[in-house]
Design a protein around this ligand. Structure first.
Ligand code: SF4
Length: 211
């Protein structure tokens, strides 16, 4: 159990909910995926209810993660989700910057509950600095009534912003149009579901997966 009183260097430590070293279910190509722990939004029907809780879960040094990502040579980029990555902006930014020292073309897809406009208007310098590293931003709170069962976002109000040219091809349609699919990755304690779950996913299956 992590010591809740222990001081954490927020620029060098990520509080993680989960990770997956190789997935094709969360963005173009083969990707490394990280879910950070904790989100301050409260979207009804959130698919990551346990990961939303703001608590210390798995503290890991950015340097350690960066080394692991760099050793996973096949992956072309990182997908950051959660939880809310913009609540851990210093460590997230440091991570992608460290990886790009060795792999300059390494891409970043980031899911956030903030809208792009909120991030810009709030002008939080650490969040803006992370935003500046993002190739593709998928923004906005999950709204269950707009879950159209398509694409790599949970609901159609969430928008896909191509902030760099990295994925100008295949473009936003890649994130919005395809049928959903999930991957199941065995972990010692359970199965990790990776991807945006299609509506109607067998409830019995969902019970053994992170919620
Ligand atoms: S922003 Fe995402 S993680 Fe946070 S409550 Fe909404 S759906 Fe859940």
């Amino acid at each position: 159990m992590p010591d809740m009183t222990e001081k954490v260097d927020k620029a060098r430590t990520l509080n993680l909910a989960a990770h997956c070293r190789q997935t094709r279910a969360l963005g173009p190509g083969l990707r490394y995926a990280l879910w950070v722990q904790g989100c301050h939004f409260d979207c009804p029907g959130c698919l990551a209810a346990d990961w939303r809780v703001r608590r210390r879960n798995r503290l890991i040094a950015v340097e350690t993660l960066a080394r692991d990502i760099m050793s996973t040579l096949e992956v072309e980029g990182l997908t950051l989700s959660g939880g809310e990555p913009m609540l851990q902006p210093l460590a997230c930014r440091r991570l992608i910057e460290q990886v790009r020292v060795q792999r300059p073309g390494f891409t970043l897809v980031l899911y956030t509950g903030f809208t792009l406009e909120e991030l810009q208007i709030q002008g939080h310098p650490e969040r803006l600095a992370l935003l500046a590293q993002v190739d593709v931003l998928i923004d906005g709170r999950y709204q269950a009534e707009y879950n159209d069962n398509r694409g790599l976002r949970g609901s159609s109000n969430q928008r896909v912003h191509l902030l760099t040219d990295a994925y100008r091809e295949p473009g936003t349609s890649y994130f919005i149009e395809p049928a959903r699919r999930v991957e199941l990755h065995p972990r010692p304690e359970d199965l990790l579901m990776v991807g945006i779950p299609p509506l109607g996913l067998d409830p019995a299956l969902r019970e053994v997966l992170p919620q």
